[in-house]
Design a protein around this ligand. Structure first.
Ligand SMILES: [Zn+2]
Length: 83
């Protein structure tokens, strides 16, 4: 995250340089989503598509980015998932 979700100001460490809001919890959630995506890709490479899809969906719920949604769509298109 490069910009404050509240005011769009630049983020300095875990605090917004413009409005001063603490963003550590938001940054933690962003990190959790990144870890989920990494685990998702690992499971996808191991052909564990059901697990990969579950992780991708969790990541997209935490952080709904185009990339995270694209992974969900990609895995669903593989047609080898039961979720
Ligand atoms: Zn701000």
């Amino acid at each position: 995250m490069e910009r404050c979700p509240q005011c769009r100001g630049r983020i300095k460490d875990t605090v917004c340089a413009r409005c001063g809001v603490e963003l550590d919890q938001v940054l933690d959630i962003e990190h959790q989503a990144e870890v989920l995506v990494q685990n998702c890709i690992h499971n996808l490479l191991m052909s564990r598509n059901d697990k990969a899809l579950a992780l991708a969906i969790q990541a997209a719920k935490l952080r709904n980015t185009l990339f995270n949604q694209a992974i969900v769509d990609f895995i669903k298109r593989q047609g080898d998932v039961s979720i």
